[in-house]
Design a protein around this ligand. Structure first.
Ligand code: BGC
Length: 309
């Protein structure tokens, strides 16, 4: 009975949230929504797998979760040929010589999911959110979680005389974020990247930002200082990425680095580098369309800074 009441109240909460009648107040809200058994991925279903001719096996909404019976489910197995042999990738399959330690730190490779222990089925990790219509690793290097890190760098939008600009409808000040346009799917995104084995997430955040948005690896003292101030964590968990498969998926940790008076990173000239086609300061609001579920992470920043969305 108690669990029934809890389930009903949770569903009601979710419906209200989706209808926009209540606003999320903390990062737990996003984390709770992107959670096994609650969240259904969209970007990694019912399409052609990127950079391949492999069509995903159809996965309708109601059959995403592994707990739903889908007898005829028969996803093709695909690992992009160029993945094999890369230093950043696992061996083609677990074997006598490659015995991954799932759900733990395996040497310096982090095989731990933010969503708790994932299941191992037929010797391979199983996507914690559900079916994707494809097995194997696709374009991803690791079996199981592939860890990324995303720096959401923000400043207030200002007019020519330096005053903050607010939205005429909400009356709230408008935030701007550094967004890059990705080479692979041409979508605008947070300038994040993959965490190298043994690397501290803070190092990944700074490196990816400087490589993708400033196009110089010699960071410069100011950028160094700005990132040292420490960001505010807004999300950690599964990313609804178009490369995910039944056995390999991306998880990220997103941190907000906010330049309150716009005198630090807010002043820098942005230059697209590395995997980015374009880079710009982008106004943040509800109509922003970004890669994967990046917009949800960015929205969280707007809520926390009481900005227009
Ligand atoms: C990107 C990250 C992103 C992750 C998941 C990586 O390629 O660099 O910004 O969060 O993919 O989509």
């Amino acid at each position: 009975m108690t669990s029934l009441i809890a389930a009903v109240s949770w569903s009601l909460h979710l419906v209200l949230f989706v209808l926009g009648l209540i606003t999320a107040t903390s990062s737990e809200m996003i984390a709770a929504i992107v959670r096994p058994g609650i969240f259904r991925h969209v970007m990694c279903r019912n399409n052609l797998y990127p950079r391949s001719g492999v069509l995903r096996y159809p996965v309708p909404d109601e059959l995403v979760y592994w707990s739903e019976d889908y007898g005829e489910y028969c996803p093709p197995f695909y690992t992009a040929p160029h993945i094999n042999g890369q230093v950043w990738a696992d061996a083609p399959l677990p074997s006598e010589t490659f015995k991954p330690q799932w759900n733990q730190l395996d040497g310096n490779v982090n095989r731990v999911s933010y969503h708790g222990a994932y299941h191992i089925k037929d010797g391979l990790p199983r996507n914690p959110i559900g079916r994707t219509g494809i097995s194997g690793r696709g374009l991803l290097g690791r079996w199981g979680p592939n860890h990324a890190a995303d720096p959401i760098v923000t400043r207030w939008k200002r007019n020519d005389s330096g005053g903050m600009v607010s939205d005429s409808k909400t009356g709230k000040n408008i935030l701007q974020m550094v967004a890059i346009q990705r080479q692979d799917n041409k979508l605008w995104a947070i300038p994040g990247g993959m965490v190298d084995p043994g690397e501290n997430v803070s190092v990944t955040l700074k490196r990816e930002f400087t490589e993708e948005a400033l196009n110089f690896t010699d960071k410069g003292l100011m950028v160094e200082e700005f990132f040292k101030s420490g960001g505010v964590q807004v999300y950690s968990g599964y990313v609804d990425d178009f490369r995910n498969t039944d056995n390999a998926w991306i998880e990220t940790m997103a941190l907000n680095f906010h330049d309150q008076d716009g005198t630090k990173v807010g002043q820098l000239n942005l230059t697209a580098g590395d995997d980015a086609m374009n880079v710009r300061w982008t106004d943040m609001d509800g109509s922003l369309k970004l890669h994967a579920n990046h917009a949800d992470m960015v929205k969280e920043v707007a809520i926390r800074l009481n900005a227009h969305w």
